[in-house]
Design a protein around this ligand. Structure first.
Ligand code: NAD
Ligand code: 89V
Length: 342
């Protein structure tokens, strides 16, 4: 089968990781890039040796007729760009957060479905090596049936220097970071029926909330907690690690800081080093996220070539986005929210 031809829209902060990931991907390559900002376009094009460069996404897609479009812009442009790709019958990968509203996200899924074009959300955290290693322990029954879990991301890392727009939005940590951790909770513990959330803002220099605590009632009957903070100063800065606790009927799993996973059962405890592989182009502390970018993009290529639905398809991601929306509604109303009503 011929190599798939992709194009990328948005050559900003995070797209550089995606372009590295595409260079490593087997079975696909990026043949053209687009950015409205000529400086960013030139930097990315020169770094990755991509000669076909455009300021306008519609012109690029019409001229290049790609197999897929990788949308690496910020959320406000996701809906028009996904719909643009669908009008050309091209498959699309869209960065998280998928959309500004549930109505937009549903319209994007419908547009791709009518066009017969595959759609995946670049929801990469579940692809991190330590998260996959923990899921493998649950799947093989190492701790019996899980009945309680916690996914926790607490940090004081300065995300605003790389992504200044994060300080300006009315919504911050749940929409930007909590979305990843909520998706991890779905990936590990299954879909969610109801949730209760509390939020606060500690950093006076930003607009949105930077602390969130969310209690999830899973369809399986399990309870879990997702908690996130960018206002937590710790002895050793853990960014960007998600720490996980799972209790099961036969034992427990703890994914501790430093990528150390301890599995305890009736026979005792074993600790596994589940550090993510350090890719040649990666840099600490981002290597965990960078490895997951490479993994999700390879998953996309494999799914497209084999005609499979990706794990984080647009359809699947509606359920993660609904948790984000439910969390904001719950925090505002100070009451539990039925996720099916979102
Ligand atoms: P950024 O602002 O640095 O880059 C976005 C780029 O897109 C800019 O260069 C801008 O000029 C360009 N752009 C915007 N609209 C365009 C359009 N219509 N046509 C052409 N170019 C356009 O943003 P970023 O920090 O790289 O974030 C991009 C996305 O990636 C966001 O949705 C963010 O949430 C996501 N992100 C994901 C992860 C992750 O781990 N999955 C990490 C960081 C950022
Ligand atoms: O995923 C994101 O968009 C990033 C980060 C991983 C730093 O939260 O903002």
């Amino acid at each position: 089968m011929a190599e798939l031809r992709g194009v990328l829209i948005g050559c900003g902060f995070f797209a550089i990781n995606q372009l590295h990931g595409w260079r490593d991907a087997k079975g696909a390559s990026i043949v053209a890039i687009c950015d409205r900002d000529p400086v960013r376009l030139a930097i990315a094009g020169d770094q990755f040796g991509i000669a076909h460069r455009y300021a306008d996404a519609a012109q690029m897609i019409a001229a290049e007729k790609p197999d897929f479009v990788d949308i690496a812009t910020t959320v406000a442009s996701h809906r028009p760009l996904v719909e643009l790709a669908a009008r050309h019958g091209a498959a699309a990968i869209c960065q998280k957060p998928f959309a500004l509203t549930m109505a937009d996200a549903r319209a994007m899924v419908a547009a791709c479905q009518s066009a017969g074009a595959p759609l995946m959300v670049h929801e990469n955290f579940r692809w991190q090596h330590p998260i996959q290693a923990l899921r493998a322990q649950i799947d093989k029954g190492a701790i019996g049936a899980p009945f309680w879990g916690r996914a926790s991301f607490r940090s004081a890392y300065d995300v605003f220097s790389g992504q200044p727009y994060l300080a300006k939005g009315e919504r911050f940590i749940i929409e930007d970071l909590g979305i990843h951790i909520l998706d991890i909770a779905r990936f590990l513990f299954g879909d969610v029926d109801r949730l209760t959330a509390r939020t606060s803002r500690v950093n006076p220099d930003i607009r949105g909330e930077d602390v969130a605590t969310i209690l999830l009632d899973h369809a399986s009957g399990m309870t879990s907690i997702v908690d996130c903070s960018y206002a937590t100063r710790l002895a050793v800065e853990p960014f960007p690690e998600t720490l996980i606790e799972v209790d099961g009927t036969e034992g427990s799993i703890r994914l501790n800081q430093g990528y150390q996973m301890t599995v305890t059962d009736g026979r005792g405890s074993r600790t596994h080093d589940v550090s993510p592989p350090m890719l040649s182009w990666a840099s600490r502390p981002w290597h965990n996220i960078q490895q997951s970018v490479q993994a999700i993009q390879q998953h996309w290529v494999d799914c497209l070539r084999e005609g499979r639905e990706p794990a984080t398809s647009g359809r699947d991601n509606l359920k993660t986005l609904a948790l984000v929306e439910a969390a904001y509604q719950s925090a505002a109303a100070r009451q539990a929210i039925d996720v099916s009503a979102i």
